[in-house]
Ligand binder design. Structure first.
Ligand code: ADP
Ligand code: MG
Length: 254
């Protein structure tokens, strides 16, 4: 079981779009993936039409009430298991603090094999609080989408700095990949950001796949669909299929 967390310190860079379509791309390979929404805005949960009324029926119940993840999980029509978020998650930092037993809670739960048998994809919010730290400590791969603009690159560099600061705790280099999203070859800024990424990050940690700017990718969440169901012939579907294949090729997805 691989755990992939999708994170960037900047919002609007394509984290949720990437989490959604990674889950869908993995499901297309015939395995049942497990999605965990750790963003209080609950956009990923919304795409799956999963809106628990009570916070306890979301991952909040897992963090606060010690409910098993499986207890709050839903099976979506597309075959993805999703543990939904709730707005109350914004209170977790104040309620729980950032002690070691708090930031490793998700990691400990996922290590128990029966909690999530398939590959896990975690969507996050841009804050480096208790939720994102749980995602970072639980993951085998941190995937950092960088929409092709300068602020998204800055957010990704902040992630790199945070990882370096955490590395003495991990006692190893946490595997990470930076993936350029919303790439538009006609826009000068897109190639400038690609060039700056090549300077900022290790070449082997930059995905070969680039996700193009594609209107179908922006449309599909509103229709409660992933890109493969909404527009299977689109550039967006091709790009996310290529990203899943790249992660399979590097052994991150079985
Ligand atoms: P985040 O989760 O990082 O905040 P989202 O995945 O919600 O970012 O994406 C932000 C916005 O950009 C959304 O409206 C989404 O539909 C749109 N978007 C994301 N990726 C693409 C893309 N490759 N092409 C076009 N629009 C995109
Ligand atoms: Mg999001």
């Amino acid at each position: 079981m691989t755990v992939i967390a999708v994170f960037n310190r900047k919002g609007g860079v394509g984290k949720t779009t990437t989490a959604l379509n990674l889950l869908a791309g993995i499901a297309q390979r015939g395995v049942r993936p497990f999605g965990i929404d750790l963003d209080p805005q609950a956009h990923l949960s919304g795409v799956f039409d999963t809106h628990p009324r009570l916070a306890d029926d979301s991952v909040y119940g897992f963090f606060m009430g010690q409910r098993p993840l499986a207890d709050v999980a839903h099976i979506s029509a597309s075959g993805v298991i999703i543990c939904p978020a709730h707005l109350e998650l914004t209170k977790l930092d104040t309620l729980l603090g950032k002690g070691v037993n708090v930031i490793t809670r998700l990691r400990v739960a996922l290590k128990k094999a029966d909690q999530a048998p398939g590959p896990v994809v975690i969507d996050t919010c841009p804050l480096l609080g208790v939720l994102s730290l749980n995602a970072i400590f639980a993951c085998d791969l941190l995937l950092v989408p960088v929409s092709a603009d300068f602020l998204a690159l800055q957010g990704a560099q902040q992630v790199e700095r945070a990882l370096r600061a955490l590395e003495p705790v991990f006692k190893r280099r946490l595997p990470r990949r930076y993936v350029l999203t919303r790439f538009d070859a006609r826009r000068k800024m897109s190639s400038e950001v690609a060039d700056l990424m090549a300077i900022a990050f290790r070449p082997d940690e930059i995905c070969k796949t680039r996700i193009a700017e594609n209107v179908s990718l922006a449309e599909s969440p509103a229709r409660h669909l992933d890109i493969f169901r909404h527009a299977p012939q689109s550039q967006g579907a091709q790009d996310y299929k290529a990203l899943v294949e790249e992660l399979v090729g590097t052994g991150f997805i079985a």
